[in-house]
Design a protein around this ligand. Structure first.
Ligand code: C2E
Ligand code: CA
Ligand code: CA
Ligand code: CA
Length: 275
């Protein structure tokens, strides 16, 4: 038993070491990706069920690693947050998203994810103003997706930042709604333009009566507050029908389309919205 314990200990030590090395390498690679521009934006449609048209696209970053192929944002955005590389990466995303959206029809908007560290950066507003100007994109066609984790810490300061961004004319969406601890209290404190209901509620719609009740409560509350609702991760026709019945305004998910490269956006708009 004693020798067993010992070998387990050595194994554990080695794997921790391995993990640390892997992480360090990923960090170095991420720095190189920022310098050499190994990122790409894909765009996923936001579809209005009431108007039966595409209203906009969410920009989703892709990292094309020269050796490892495509790495998911779920695997590198947290590391980018920790290391601070999210600032240059996020700046690139905003510039690129504005530049792309400027070539789309005038009623189509673009939504950009803003991570907590990026949100608290003093250069965010300036980056947005400059990116809109450089692209010639009207501010109301840019939507910022933030999560309620930006409220952790100084709530007053966060509200000040949100109002400042709103003054620029951009729209503000609350992402992953329902996954936090006190989502409702934030609805009282800031007039969000849109709530994005998290996939976890949407996925349960098929067989779960309480999921229906939750969606209905969210859409009723949002409508009373004049906030649009969008359901994420819609994969089935039946789910979309249920969401429509529960009063949800927009859907996003594989049912409408997977995220597509920039070059495929125009054809998708043409196909869904007509000439
Ligand atoms: P998110 O903001 O909640 O984005 C939605 C995610 O759900 C995307 O994953 C999208 O591809 C995926 N998705 C869309 N429809 C469906 C569906 O019908 N079924 C399923 N199973 N999934 C669906 P993705 O692109 O891998 O992004 C993951 C997360 O990474 C995003 O979650 C967001 O938090 C973060 N992220 C992506 N791009 C950026 C970015 O440019 N900046 C920042 N800060 N974060 C980003
Ligand atoms: Ca999002
Ligand atoms: Ca989301
Ligand atoms: Ca999410």
């Amino acid at each position: 038993a004693k020798s067993e314990g010992k070998s387990t200990y050595h194994f554990f030590e080695a794997s921790l070491d391995e993990e640390a090395r892997r992480r360090r390498q990923l960090e170095l690679d991420l720095g190189q990706a920022v310098r050499e521009g190994h990122f790409e934006l894909h765009f996923q449609p936001l579809y209005s069920m009431t108007q039966q048209r595409l209203k906009g696209f969410e920009a989703l970053i892709r990292w094309n690693h020269p050796e490892r192929g495509r790495i998911s944002p779920a695997d590198f955005i947290p590391l980018a947050e920790e290391t601070g590389l999210i600032i240059p990466i996020g700046e690139w995303v905003i510039r690129q998203a504005c530049a792309q959206a400027a070539s789309w029809p005038g009623d189509i908007s673009v939504a950009v994810n803003i991570s907590p560290r990026q949100f608290s950066s003093p250069v965010l507003a300036q980056t947005i103003v400059q990116s809109l100007a450089a692209a010639g994109l009207p501010a109301h066609r840019l939507e910022l997706e933030i999560t309620e984790s930006i409220f952790i810490g100084n709530v007053e300061r966060t509200l000040g930042m949100l109002h400042g961004l709103r003054t620029l004319g951009v729209r503000i969406a609350l992402d992953d709604f329902g996954t936090g601890y006190s989502s409702l209290s934030y609805l009282r404190s800031f007039p969000f333009d849109k709530l994005k209901i998290d996939q976890s509620f949407v996925r349960d719609l098929g067989n779960d009566a309480s999921a229906h009740a939750i969606i209905r409560a969210i859409t009723t509350l949002a409508a009373a507050l004049g906030i649009e609702t969008l359901a994420e991760g819609v994969e089935l026709e039946a789910t979309m029908d249920a969401l429509r019945r529960e009063g949800c305004d927009l859907v996003q998910g594989y049912l409408i389309s997977r995220p597509v490269p920039a070059g495929a956006v125009a054809a998708l708009v043409q196909q869904m919205n007509g000439g």
